[in-house]
Write a protein that binds this ligand. Structure first.
Ligand code: GDP
Ligand code: MG
Length: 268
């Protein structure tokens, strides 16, 4: 399926609430009980068909350590066995890359592994490539949400198994970067272990555009949530485009002769 439109989705929420499993179920239709904490952020793409139109979703899955806005920055260095600091005479923007609109430059951090043989012993190197925006310690967190067209905040439906203490903080962190009309939804996860009933989630979801009841283990509601969110993102983008076109035509009309301004006031 070749795709025309692209949307970035930021999947956030406290650690262990099931973000990575939700993404894996949606992308590959798989589930694993083995817990592998996400370090920094994982990035993947998936193509979904909405009303016959192929849409590319860029899905960002964050590590979930809300405790500090520094955490993503700290994770970059945490447990590193060596540090490389690069020095260049060229402007720094020539040395960075991330995936957005066909260009590649690092947004947050890129992560890759490579195996190298030293004295006959294979050694795996985890290589982290940070975006290089030192200016603010918030920048990595901001980059996570930046240019997202949709946000998912996860809420474990089994609070004895994982905490949900920062739902509102995740929402406000996304709001500090994004327009408040960008679809931000609450995903109730692990419905197969649910200890919270749907009416309580509804009460917790008042500041979100929508909420869903999902299980990455059984697959319940996962595909439906991503499809529904994609529809909301399409609607949002179309609304924005229409507003921009309307504003641009008003500027053209009001920027012209006196007669044209009259035409504008009649139209408005
Ligand atoms: N029973 C059940 N366990 C789940 C579900 N989703 C995730 N888990 C488990 O919860 C743990 C944390 O999941 P993970 O996706 O890594 O959480 P993250 O830290 O938010 O990315 C793992 O042990 C998963 O196997 C689910 O839908 N049902
Ligand atoms: Mg994870």
């Amino acid at each position: 399926m070749s795709s025309t439109r692209q949307f970035k989705i930021a999947v956030s929420g406290d650690q262990h609430t099931g973000k990575t499993c939700l993404v894996n179920r949606f992308r590959e239709n798989i589930f694993s009980d083995q817990y592998k904490p996400t370090i920094g952020a994982d990035f993947s793409t998936s193509v979904i068909e909405i009303d016959g139109e192929p849409i590319t979703l860029q899905i960002w899955d964050v590590s979930g350590q809300y405790r500090s806005v520094h955490s993503m920055t700290r994770n970059f260095f945490k447990s590193a066995s060596g540090v490389i600091v690069t020095l260049s005479e060229k402007p720094s923007h020539q040395n960075i890359y991330f995936c957005h609109h066909q260009k590649r430059f690092t947004c947050g951090a890129d992560f890759s592994t490579s195996v190298i043989e030293i004295d006959g012993e294979p050694i795996t190197l985890q290589i982290w490539d940070v975006s290089g925006q030192y200016r603010s310690v918030h920048s990595m967190t901001r980059n996570f949400f930046k240019s997202a067209s949709g946000v998912i905040v996860t809420l474990s439906l089994n609070p004895s198994e994982s905490s949900n203490s920062n739902i509102e903080q995740w929402r406000s962190m996304s709001l500090s970067v994004l327009d408040e009309d960008v679809p931000c939804v609450l995903a109730g996860t692990k419905s197969d272990l649910a200890k919270i009933d749907p009416s309580s989630i509804e009460a917790m979801s008042s500041s979100f555009h929508k909420w869903y009841y999902t299980s990455a283990k059984t697959g319940t509601g996962v595909k439906e949530m991503f499809e529904d969110l994609t529809r909301q993102m399409i609607e949002y983008e179309n609304r924005k485009l229409n507003e921009e076109r309307f504003n641009a035509s008003n500027v053209r009309l009001s920027g012209g002769s006196g007669d044209r301004r009259k035409a504008c006031s009649q139209l408005c």
